[in-house]
Write a protein that binds this ligand. Structure first.
Ligand SMILES: [Cu+2]
Length: 119
């Protein structure tokens, strides 16, 4: 009986029974990125490791993609469309994000940087 009460209290407090007691809920970070004339704005994102990152990406002119290889992210956005997606920044480091469309040579210029600072 007593054990059951303790378990209930742990569940209510959000304690992850299988994980570490020190684990904290992730920080949420949101970025609005606009792609226009072969540029991402902003083109530098800085987050902390384990942040939950939400990106809302809008194409102001033509179709594009948004890729981060290390995170296995590839999103396509149609002309004038908006796409939103989330990922957990669980790997520290500096990563390129870029447009992976090969049909247009100027897509090579569509690049940015994601910096994930280790804890
Ligand atoms: Cu492109």
């Amino acid at each position: 009986m007593r054990g059951r009460l303790i378990l209930a209290a742990l569940l209510v407090s959000g304690f992850d029974v299988a994980g570490s007691a020190q684990e904290q809920p992730p920080n949420r970070r949101e970025f609005d990125i606009v792609a226009e004339q072969y540029r991402f704005t902003p083109n530098r994102l800085e987050v902390a490791q384990d942040d939950l990152v939400k990106i809302t990406l809008r194409s102001a002119d033509q179709p594009l993609s948004f890729a981060i290889d290390a995170y296995r992210i590839v999103k396509r956005v149609g002309a004038g469309r908006t796409v939103a997606f989330e990922f957990r920044a669980d790997r520290p480091g500096t990563f390129a994000f870029y447009c992976s469309m090969a049909s247009d040579d100027r897509c090579k210029d569509m690049r940015g940087t994601l910096v994930v600072t280790g804890r």
